[in-house]
Design a protein around this ligand. Sequence first.
Ligand code: NAP
Length: 246
Amino acid sequence: MGMRDHVAIITGGGSGIGWAAVKAFAERGARVVIADWNADEGRKAEDAVHALGGEARFVAVDVSQPESVAKLVETVLGAYGQIDILINNAGITRDAMLHKMSYEAWQRVIDVNLSGVFYCTQAVVRPMRKRGYGRIINTSSIVGRFGNVGQTNYAAAKAGVIGMTLTWAKELGPKGITVNAVAPGFIRTPMTAAMPPDILQQMAEKVPVGRLGEPEDIARVYLFLADEASGYINGAVISVDGGLSL
Ligand code: NAP
């Protein structure tokens, strides 16, 4: 049981929550693929895992491009011959109020945060179905469940991720593949670092446990869901938000 030697693709693994997950999975003996379009961050992450004695490999990918995703999967299968775990963690924001949101901002967020999850999952599911094993974890958001001012595009994509999770849990459960989603609250990463400190402080005060989340708070739930022993958890959407959504 566990995930020793399992091959785990973590999209957006070069930064924030993805990087915390890369470290956590490598520490548990997984062979981690850091799938990110940011080559600087991705290579740094790969080197850092090697320095800790773990196994990781950076593969450049743009999850919004099906050809790029196909190449990623081909590279991983060429190197390791199998894919056990996919964590669809890469994501972006392009915030604006509805009346000011450009079609470009709408489309880019849908392309990365929604279509990217579809492309990556479709590409890994073929080899997973053949082997009869897989763990797929999608990163949604508190915003996908409850909405957020200025995030029409992001909320639509993250709600869509939940819809795909539920559908794939039904489709793939019979094939030995579980599909679950994690819905983080406000987590301290480069994505939220751009927000003004007083807003972050106000957010923290609204969280029942009295603080913002850390990337490691999410990584531990990815680990739990990716474990071989978690095979009876399928189609769950787990909020990890310190109680903010209550
Ligand atoms: P982050 O620090 O910005 O990390 C995301 C990583 O994904 C970055 O390395 C980014 O590269 C990469 N990426 C972006 N677009 C990509 C693409 N098309 N192909 C491949 N890689 C791409 O973000 P984070 O805060 O850790 O967020 C991780 C996930 O959690 C996202 O899905 C996010 O929506 C979700 N989430 C975050 C929070 C939060 O409070 N932080 C809350 C709820 C949900 P660049 O940096 O070069 O763009």
